[in-house]
Design a protein around this ligand. Sequence first.
Ligand code: ATP
Ligand code: MG
Ligand code: MG
Length: 380
Amino acid sequence: MTTVGILGGGQLARMLALSGAPLGLRFLVLDSTPDACAAQFAPLLEADYRDEAALADFARRVDVATFDFENVPAESAQWLAERIPVFPNPRALSVAQDRLAEKTLFRELGIPVPTFADIATRADLDAAATAIGLPAILKTRRLGYDGKGQFRLRSAADVDAAWAALGAQATTVGLILEGFVPFQREISVVAARGRDGEFRTWPLTENWHESGVLSASLAPASLEVALAEKAVAYARRVAEALDYVGVFALELFLKDGEFLANEMAPRVHNSGHWTIEGAETSQFQNHLRAVLGLPLGSTRMLGQACMLNWIGAMPDATPVLAQASGHWHDYGKSSRDGRKVGHATFRADTPAELSAALQTVGRELDRELQVAPVIDRLRG
Ligand code: ATP
Ligand code: MG
Ligand code: MG
């Protein structure tokens, strides 16, 4: 009996555990919150990631460890990796959890990135705002997710407010200023790399965000073949440079026919949730196969898939379930503003069929604005 340890007990760990059940896997989730939603399906070791006694207990009880959460302290990942197999490796995790390190790596690998500057002081921010130009986004280097830890600067008058909001974090988690990219589209590459170096990607996904939080994803993203190949090549370059094992996502902005890399997520990714019903093998299943050294499954998809995130509170399931290809995912979380509490996936053989399903569900759930950009794209 193989036990997979997961650091972090959110919906990603929950979906990993659900996906691993048919493989006969056991799980152990380490999380500091007693109501971690993965705990409904896997035993929970409730402790801080820095608690060495808990880490030792975790290491004794699992065969391999992986992450649901990229902000596990790098030292804890390293401590574990000295005792048990940990995938992805701690170096990959530490690069991916620091916006400065990941953008520096992308640039070294010849992957275009938005202009950026490391910000340690108020004087750095003034200088960078001038050098990069405004609008720009001040972001924490670490610990940000769902658009948290970001401040948008529209003009020089916003510099004071940006520093007041985030300046104190310059000496704790670090700050980075990024030029604002007026992109046309956002695309993600969800990729899997096995222990033996085998590399696969799912069809590329187009994503739409609302207030910095993923709102909808559509796959396959309609892109020229040469452009799609470029995105896949970038992801492969990153995976090989980090000797990455497992699933990860590379988020790209598409601007004037060119990709700029925004960030990578060293884990299964929200923009890959559609693979549960939409692909031959889901991102969760392939992540487990990768970390266990098993053969990766095909990432082929049939037709198109759209995922809608439920943020804050779960809507009524009925209109989704009434669709022939409507799939419901309730993470079992309590409602809270801005929180990802569930998602729905729709799969269809044709764009027209998918549009029709989205239109109906959008109307019945009063989510017309959420489905509108996807329907527009499907119309071509
Ligand atoms: P995630 O939940 O994806 O981990 P995050 O908190 O790490 O989010 P980012 O991915 O950096 O944040 O930003 C969230 C969204 O904000 C992006 O998907 C994009 O829509 C927008 N955004 C971020 N950086 C830029 C930029 N430099 N120019 C334009 N838009 C941006
Ligand atoms: Mg992120
Ligand atoms: Mg992001």
